[in-house]
Design a binder for this molecule. Sequence first.
Ligand SMILES: O=C(O)CCC(=O)C1=CC=C[C@@H](O)[C@@H]1C(=O)O
Ligand SMILES: [Mg+2]
Length: 370
Amino acid sequence: MKINKIIVRHLKMPMKHPFTTSFGTINDKSFLLLEVHTEEGIVGFGECVAFEAPWYTEETVKTCWHMLEDFLIPIILQKDISHPNDVTKLFESIRKNKMAKASIEGAVWDIYAIASNQPLAKVLGGTKEKIDVGISLGIQPTIEKQIEVVGKYIAEGYKRIKVKIKPGWDVEVIKKLRETFPDVPMMADANSAYTLKDIDILKQLDEFNLMMIEQPLAYDDIVDHATLQKQLQTPICLDESILSLEDARKAIELGSCGIINIKIGRVGGISEAIKIHDYCKSKGIPVWCGGMLEAGIGRAHNIALTSLSNFVLPGDTAGSSHYFEEDIIQPEVVVEDGTIREAQTVGIGYEPNRKAIEKYTVSSKTYNYI
Ligand SMILES: O=C(O)CCC(=O)C1=CC=C[C@@H](O)[C@@H]1C(=O)O
Ligand SMILES: [Mg+2]
């Protein structure tokens, strides 16, 4: 196949609830959506998961658009591509910028699945028909409110609850949550808010039977995490620290974590995500699919990836209606009893909702091969 046109749209979608973590609050989901056309007339979609500000990784909506326009789109247009893995190879000369790269690669996987007349999950080697889903809840103004919000989602059937922690909002909150919900699968995500100096606080969390503690230490660290893991019973899950298969290999060899959260954008695409999945499986390290508050296209890619067999822990792929009044796909993603059914139709399994895409687009640009 040859790509001859790419439309980049910048969308802004109001979120139903603000999402607060250790580094700030998101009220609107602002992101790039890619519509990729081939010479044969196949159209695939990719979602770029970079946020407006560089607080999760260094990429932003603007840096991604710059990388797409000035480097990645010129490389990819009119090249012979026989498999999505070719995209990763074509982008090899460009360092990092993983979310920008993944947005094109995701669309090419969509195109590849359509051309193969198969659902994306099958093309990726997925075997599950239904996936378990957890929910990630932002920091609330009070502990009472946090308990109320957690209770609401337990009642909805989500298979595990993830809460955000930060210094001053940790042991006390988790203790109260555990007293109220003694048996619920629960975990805490710190988004790198601690250092080894906080080891006594982190060790106190061992008391609460958490499934894991996600990314307690620096976003680029695996050494201190290994030191910490030796002193904790609760498994550490790495998120921000794992940008590639090589990172996963080193972290596992060092004993920095017992679990890995795989996010397609963070690792540069679905091909790298599958490699990390397979490696973790061979080492007995369970994985789960993280979320970036995606709209429907990115969510559909996450759901397809989660059909692979070593995604044994519930992911952060909640239903569309948890995030938005209206999603940009049809049908929307629906969670029933804490599970999502894998789409059986060709491609990502959901149709783009053109009216909604139009409504939330604030600017766009079309790139043709000249
Ligand atoms: O998409 C979701 O529902 C999960 C959201 C979530 O937990 C995160 C999204 C983006 C950055 C972080 O705050 C966090 C994470 O680290 O996993
Ligand atoms: Mg995280």
